[in-house]
Design a protein around this ligand. Structure first.
Ligand SMILES: Nc1ncnc2c1ncn2[C@@H]1O[C@H](COP(=O)(O)OP(=O)(O)OP(=O)(O)O)[C@@H](O)[C@H]1O
Length: 590
């Protein structure tokens, strides 16, 4: 075997050795790294454990500290509580001592009273007879008081009847007054009432069934009371039914041959439309209790008619409105049959009565029909909101029911009337053939015989011997819902509404002037100063039985207006007119 070894082989061998060493080193490094990792892991575990242990210790220490604190706090609170309990105990002891004191006192007093009762009872037994006689006296007094009350009531009724007869004889205007309840809007739609609580104070009161008491008080002056008397006074609690009950007797007069007029007067928002119309749902029977005078009058009229089957009656209705001093016929229709409200004139006829030519009348057969006709045109009535009343009527509404009655009674009455008039009014032969009479006769023959406005007895010229075939009486029931007077400052109206207000106030003051002239029996009564008074001339001036329904607001806010309305009512009662006259009987002649 050769002794020398090639250098390459030596190098290769060395490299191999080195590689081997390197591998073993690397393995060692790997081992050490694994070991290191294991050690790290263990260290982390240890650290974690140590931290957890530390936290537990810390928590335990915190808990201990908290407990110490709570303990200390509880001890302080307990000490405080104990002190309070001590104080309460002391208080209780004091209260108990007072109670015991009271109880002892009460005990003593009751014993004393019992002793007194004990000593008084024999004396009382002795006075038994006296007591009985006293009781008898009391009973007798009670009885006589009852009798007095009854007498007073009868006397009151008698007085009322006498008063009514007097009213009838003197032709006075009847005045009823209705004080409405305080309503939410009294608190003030306008700014004027804001902040003034006194404005809601009730200063107008119905004190009994014929008197109204007004308490007038001004700041800084002593209160002054004013009393007004009317034929009937209704308070805020009175229903529509109660108000109508007092109006009802007038309707009987209508079929007895009298004209009747019922007129609601009062300031804006005082309840005129409520009283006259009531609920506008008047075509339905369930609304009946809330209906006002107009629907109730229609119902009553047809009820009265049904009670007289021997007579034949026809009823016609017309509805007029006086707006801005113009008269409108609310039942007039355009060519398509739509109600339009046409302007009409008021004239004075040759007989001195007022009349609206071409006024539309609709024939009605029941109260339901009357209300259907009225409700269909009520929407045409001028209304607008003001600061005092959200739904203020800006016009005077006049519903007229004309009743034509044909009856055996009317025939008998007509015959009597005819012979009496023939005696009084028969014209001489010369007069009869005078041109004036001939004109009158020819104009009569040109008009329909049944026309209410062309009675042959309205003319001084009579047919010498008329033969009567039928007699009829036409009477009118006028139901008037006046527009309300208003103070412009309060109602806050401007523009067109201001003009409306001025027209309303002017027509109402014309009405007042007419009453003034009638009360003073002046020769000239200024009916023609306004369309309203001209239209209502017959009713106001004595041809009709007239009832004014005064509507009044009860609160301090409207005191001035309420006093004005009550003053108007008082003045109306002073008017002595000609007693109401029966309507002339119209005859149909062959
Ligand atoms: N007696 C009453 N009971 C209950 N509410 C009433 C009464 N009177 C009036 N009212 C109510 O008061 C309000 C005003 O009444 P109403 O419309 O009748 O006033 P008015 O006098 O007709 O006013 P205007 O003249 O401005 O038209 C209405 O809402 C009405 O329902």
């Amino acid at each position: 075997m050769p002794l020398f070894i090639k250098r390459d082989q030596i190098y290769a061998h060395q490299i191999h050795l080195l590689e081997h060493k390197l591998r073993s080193k690397e393995e060692r490094i790997l081992e050490l790294e694994t070991e290191n990792a294991l050690l790290h892991l263990r260290l982390a575990e240890c650290l974690g454990k140590l931290r957890r242990d530390n936290e537990d210790v810390l928590q335990a220490q915190k808990h201990r500290l908290h407990q110490n604190h709570v303990q200390k706090y509880t001890q302080t609170a307990l000490a405080k509580l104990l002190t309070e309990v001590q104080v309460l105990k002391q208080d209780l002891r004091d209260v108990f001592a007072v109670y015991v004191g009271f109880a002892t006192e009460l005990d003593e007093q009751s014993r004393e009273i019992l002793e007194r009762v004990g000593s008084a009872s024999p004396a009382l037994q002795g006075n038994d007879g006296e007591l009985q006689s006293l009781q008898a006296q009391v009973d007798a007094l009670k009885h006589s008081l009852q009798e007095e009350n009854e007498r007073c009531r009868t006397e009151r009724l008698r007085r009322k009847l006498l008063h009514n007869t007097l009213v009838e004889l003197r032709g006075n205007i009847r005045v009823h007054c209705r004080v409405r309840p305080v309503l939410p809007f009294d608190a003030g739609l306008g700014q004027l009432a804001l902040g003034s609580g006194s404005t809601l104070e009730e200063v107008v009161q119905a004190v009994n069934d014929d008197s109204v008491l007004v308490s007038c008080s001004k700041p800084g002056t002593s209160a002054m009371n004013k009393m007004f008397e009317f034929e009937r006074v209704h308070g805020p609690e009175d229903s529509q039914e109660a108000v109508f009950e007092e109006v009802k007797p007038l309707l009987t007069s209508l079929l007895d041959g009298y004209n009747v007029c019922i007129m609601a007067y009062g300031q804006t928002g005082s309840g005129k439309t409520h009283t006259m119309i009531g609920t506008e749902d008047f075509t339905r029977p369930e609304g009946a209790p809330l209906q006002g005078v107009i629907p109730k009058s229609a119902t009553e009229l047809f009820r009265l008619i049904s009670e007289k089957p021997a007579e034949s009656h026809t009823v016609e209705v017309s509805v007029t409105e006086v707006y801005n001093n113009e008269v409108f016929d609310l039942l007039s229709k355009d060519c398509e049959g739509v109600a339009i409200g046409t302007k009409r004139d008021v004239i004075t006829t040759s007989t001195g009565t007022s009349e609206v030519p071409a006024l539309t009348h609709e024939l009605v057969r029941s109260s339901v029909e009357v209300m259907q006709v009225i409700s269909a045109v009520l929407r045409l009535r001028a209304r607008s909101p003001t600061l005092v009343h959200r739904d203020s009527s800006r016009s005077h509404l006049i519903v007229t029911l004309t009743v034509t009655s044909k009856s055996p009674n009317a025939l008998a009455l007509a015959r009597r009337l005819q012979s009496a008039r023939q005696e009084l009014q028969r014209p001489s032969q010369k007069e009869w053939w005078s041109p004036r009479c001939r004109r009158a006769a020819s104009s009569r023959s040109a008009s329909p015989a049944s026309s209410p406005y062309h009675s042959p007895y309205h003319s001084p010229c009579l047919s010498p011997r008329p033969s009567i075939t039928q007699a009829q009486i036409r009477t009118k029931l006028q139901l008037v819902d006046l527009a309300g007077s208003e103070c412009v400052g309060m109602s806050g109206v401007t523009g067109a509404a201001l003009w409306e207000t001025s027209c309303i106030n002017r027509s109402l003051s014309a009405l007042s002037d007419v009453l003034g002239a009638l009360a003073e029996q002046r020769p000239h009564v200024p009916y023609r100063n306004s369309k309203l008074t001209h239209l209502l001339q017959d009713s106001i001036g004595g041809e009709a039985k007239l009832l004014v329904m005064l509507c009044v607001s009860p609160t301090q806010r409207f005191l001035a207006e309420s006093l004005q309305s009550l003053g108007f009512g008082a003045r109306a009662r002073q008017v002595h007119r000609e007693p109401a006259r029966r309507k002339n009987t119209t005859l149909k002649m062959k």
